[in-house]
Design a protein around this ligand. Structure first.
Ligand code: G
Ligand code: G
Ligand code: MN
Ligand code: NA
Length: 253
């Protein structure tokens, strides 16, 4: 059987799950938010990460349905965690197909209402390429989300198009610096200059920054010194299944 054939069953059954990875404030060391990451516990192939099935989902038109499931599930989870930490927020990833379906603002209004959440409890992560592919339609859609108080993050920032020129026009609140930048930080002064420039630009445009793929203390220290406010990565904790009594916290390494 193909993954495509099994996806319908996954959406109907209990095979989908979310893991959550903390996003840490590099100044305070605290984690008041996290990113939801989809996993598929496949009946015969075992646990699959999105890289293994997003293309299959796209092929059979189920990508919007998967992202919608993630949104509803993450919203229920963050409602639970906000009883422990009232400021807690969760990011969900939205594929280009989900953006193109046009239902995201409506879905968002519904889940916020269902769980009694303010928009600030959720962030939607989009990639630059999916935004730019259809800028007129997506810009309006993201503006609707922002009217609800939902924040919009640009994922994998820096590896896409002519990023810097577009950044000013895009309706985003947060820039997630792709982990290739973090990885290269240790390789010499040029990498540092590049990251410093991107962080400075984000700051001037009033955008929040999150560095991805932070694995070492050295990287965290360097990013903090360059003015990056938040970080995500194995240094602070891997994606983990939810614990209903505690939001994911920063590990002390
Ligand atoms: O942990 P990781 O292997 O989960 O993530 C792999 C990739 O899959 C990342 O680029 C991430 O943005 C993407 N991804 C994770 N969860 C989701 C999801 O719920 N929807 C979409 N569209 N992409 C996701
Ligand atoms: O949405 P996004 O493309 O950022 O998805 C996050 C992906 O990065 C997930 O696959 C997650 O498991 C992975 N990841 C999270 N932290 C780290 C890290 O510190 N190092 C590396 N190499 N991958 C990470
Ligand atoms: Mn992401
Ligand atoms: Na990313």
């Amino acid at each position: 059987r193909s993954l495509e054939a099994d996806l319908g069953g996954a959406l109907g059954g209990e095979q989908l799950a979310l893991e959550y990875q903390p996003v840490v404030d590099l100044m305070s060391g605290e984690a008041h938010r996290c990113e939801a990451l989809l996993r598929w516990n496949h009946p015969t192939r075992g646990r699959l990460t999105p890289d293994h099935f997003l293309t299959a989902a796209q092929n059979v038109g189920l990508l919007p349905a998967l992202d919608r499931w993630v949104l509803g599930t993450a919203a229920a989870q963050v409602a639970t965690w906000r009883r422990v930490d009232p400021e807690y927020a969760v990011s969900v990833n939205a594929s280009a197909a989900y953006l193109a379906s046009g239902t995201l603002p409506r879905d968002m209004r519904r889940v916020l209402e269902t769980h009694g959440l303010p928009g600030s409890a959720l962030t939607v992560e989009v990639t630059e390429s999916s935004l730019i592919a259809n800028l007129d339609a997506t810009a309006g859609l993201l503006a609707e989300l922002r009217e609800l108080g939902v924040r919009v993050a640009l994922d994998d920032f820096g590896v896409g198009y002519s990023s810097l020129t577009y950044l000013r026009q895009l309706p985003v609140d947060v820039v997630k610096l792709d982990r290739s930048f973090t990885r290269e930080l240790g390789t010499g002064p040029d990498a540092v200059i590049l990251v410093d420039g991107v962080l400075d630009l984000a700051y001037r445009l009033g955008l929040e920054t999150v560095a991805e793929g932070v694995e070492t203390d050295e990287q965290a220290d360097q990013l903090r010194a360059l003015g990056c406010r938040n970080a995500q990565g194995f240094r602070f904790g891997p994606p983990r299944p939810p614990d209903d009594t505690h939001p994911p916290a920063a590990g002390d390494g």
